[in-house]
Design a protein around this ligand. Sequence first.
Ligand code: SAM
Ligand code: SF4
Length: 343
Amino acid sequence: MKDETQSLANKPDLVDMFSRTISYLRLSLTDRCNLRCMYCMPLDSKGGLQVLKHEDLLSYEELLRIVGLVVPMGMNKIRLTGGEPLVRKGVMGFIAALSQIDGLDEIRLTTNGVLLKEKAAGLYAAGIRKLNISLDTLRPERFKKITGLDLFDQVWQGIEAAVEFGFDVKLNVVAMRDINDDELIDFAGLAVDKPYQIRFIEFMPVGRDSSWDKNTYISSSELKERIGAMGTLEPLPGCRLDGPARMYSLTAADGATGRVGFISPISHHFCDTCNRLRLTSAGRLRACLLHDREADLKALLRSGGTDDEIRALIKQTILDKPKGHTLAENQAACSGQMSRIGG
Ligand code: SAM
Ligand code: SF4
């Protein structure tokens, strides 16, 4: 493991006002999606969905320029997200180009899995090894209700294809009372039976039209208690934190074990160890998912911004990163659209 003092010394541009080193960039490649998850893509009052025009997205050339600047500053990990990153035309070529950037240690992807079966081989060839796949139900009819489309089987085949290709797969489940909380044990059972981690995420109030309410929200402590009924949950000491997830081993009654994680942005926020910077699909830098302050990097790029000016804006955004989110006091703190910001 790298000596922390040394890595801080090597990354002065990336250290914020609270001594956090911001070494992880999340790119929202598009705000479009082939699903319509009820909590993520609410329709507007006229029943429509507002998405960006293609020219309002950063082009792949612009994105590569930015990544080419931040990697030498010390950012060594990138996650591609959205919207659904795999629906953007040309994404495989973009990933291949990203993987050629010296010093970029890891490219990860968050996907809904709809296109995974057809794209798994290409993603593996492009150098991606870690996938987060979002799945909130194991029941096809409920999948249609939550996501608006009848594509459970396709997603499931995508997950199986990813495992066969050798990807490290994490399944992300947003836990929602009276929507999917009768499946907590089924999901936890998958962690024991299958070679992937299951991570339960607390439902967050994101977006102006969010369907969030306090009755639907379930805290991680409640989730742990309910999952604990199927076996023994033990915190994993060596990797207590896997990104923002608190990791546990789960041993079922028959002795089989697996790993489950809990991501608790609301009940036990992880702001003091947050190492993330986001670039939204609208080309705006955002230092905190749950805080609306953004810097317009696209405007700078398109008005002829020099490399030095771009680096300066990135550095300033990092310096402006808030200490933590304020959702506990103010649930309207984040009015941005999740698919645009990049979950
Ligand atoms: N389309 C891809 C997917 O679904 O994996 C990537 C983008 S999606 C916005 C990223 C993640 O954000 C998904 O796991 C989704 O479940 C999660 N998410 C979206 N809205 C959320 C909310 N209000 N609370 C918690 N998680 C949310
Ligand atoms: Fe699409 Fe992902 Fe949002 Fe669902 S959570 S609508 S799959 S972007």
